[in-house]
Design a binder for this molecule. Structure first.
Ligand code: SAM
Length: 352
């Protein structure tokens, strides 16, 4: 951006994954000060970026990244004035440099008002981007500012307005490798969080049990090399979807796929990743009780001494009961995630 002011970035994420994302930010972006939660929010971290904006694309557990601009103005109408507009246009160009877009849209209360129509036409004139309120690629959020620090104690303090320009034409969570959709595929940021929670070791022999379209396998291989990587699913269409996604990620040579019931699979693995069927997709509540018990038993059979098993499940009660009834696995951690009205949990288990 033309301005020399440090770039403030807001990272959105699925609630429950704040600590995982904060760790990833520290490791990947090296901010001078740790990322902090945006006041009043459980799904956004804010930080001052020490390096290039494009670095945010390396984050795997964030849903999206936005450049944050704060304006001490009483109404959005003032945003179209010279200096303010220039800052917004600079941020739009910074986003375009990371990944091009040809259209933009607003996410704001009152985005259909004449004030936003004027802002849209000014942005169009300055950048050439077309305003497409429904399908615009580049997202511009406009919202009331957040009163920070000592101002927060003064109830009369005017919070002003924030303009957030999303980095890139798609959210970070939309993975370019996902060319084959699969019903019940796990959100890629959750998969990446599971991988981070388990730890990445190049000597690990990795198995993605019940791999579906291969999200966990791919996120694991993108996080670092593995001694062995295999995906196992009994459904042919799942294995085909995994194959297509692995190819799109240029990882087809790094992994093998097996069409098999996990009970018929063999091998010895140091890291096992799984998200068993839930609800009515690929299963039912009745069979899922058996399936979770089977998963814990078969994963143990396939686990080398010292192995970790990471399971994402929506069937919390079923999983808790299965864990109580077995001494094959010890719970190291449980992470609750909130995703589109669902509250699955990530269990990190150690082979006993
Ligand atoms: C929730 S989906 C996995 C989704 C996957 N993580 C993805 O991102 O696409 C669960 C998968 O478990 C598979 N499955 C169910 N029972 C199985 C078993 N006994 N052995 C192997 N795969 C099984 C289903 O075919 C289905 O693809």
């Amino acid at each position: 951006m033309a301005s020399t002011a440090p770039t403030v970035v807001e990272l959105t994420f699925l609630p429950g994954l704040a600590d995982v994302l904060r760790d990833e930010v520290a490791e990947v972006l090296h901010p001078k000060r740790p990322a902090t939660l945006v006041p009043g929010r459980s799904d956004a971290l804010v930080l001052t970026l020490p390096g290039a904006l494009s670095e945010v694309r390396r984050l795997t557990t964030a849903v999206a990244a936005f450049v944050v601009l704060h304006f001490d103005v009483p109404r959005p109408k003032s945003l179209t004035s010279g200096d303010h507009l220039r800052r917004i246009v600079d941020a739009v160009y910074a986003s375009l440099r990371v990944a091009g877009s040809s259209t933009f849209r607003f996410e704001a209360a009152g985005s259909d008002s004449t004030v936003f129509a004027r802002l849209a036409s000014e942005l169009n004139a300055a950048t050439g981007l077309k305003h497409d309120e429904k399908d615009g690629e580049l997202v511009v959020r406009v919202r009331r500012g957040v009163v920070r620090g000592s101002d927060a104690r003064t109830s009369e303090a005017d919070p002003g307005w924030d303009v957030l320009v999303r980095v890139g034409n798609r959210p970070l969570s939309a993975r370019p490798w996902r060319v084959a959709d699969y019903p019940g595929a796990v959100n890629a940021t959750i998969a990446a969080a599971m991988v981070r929670l388990a730890g990445v070791d190049a000597d690990d022999r990795v198995a993605n049990l019940m791999c579906g379209s291969g999200t966990l396998l791919i996120e694991r291989l993108l996080a670092g090399p593995a001694a062995v990587a295999t995906g196992i699913d009994l459904a042919t269409d799942a294995v085909e979807a995994s194959r297509a996604n692995l190819e799109a990620a240029a990882l087809q040579r790094k992994a093998t796929l097996q069409t098999a019931d996990i009970a018929a699979a063999d091998g010895a693995y140091d890291l096992l990743l799984a998200d068993p069927p839930w609800g009515t997709i690929h299963g039912s509540h009745a069979t899922n009780a058996d399936l979770h018990a089977t998963l814990l038993r078969e994963a143990h059979r396939l686990a080398a001494p010292g192995a970790r098993l990471v399971v994402l499940t929506h069937e919390i009660k079923v999983m808790e009961r299965c864990l109580r009834e077995t001494d094959l696995w010890a719970v190291r951690s449980e992470t609750r995630v909130f995703a589109k009205g669902h509250h699955p949990r990530i269990y990190l288990l150690d082979r006993t």
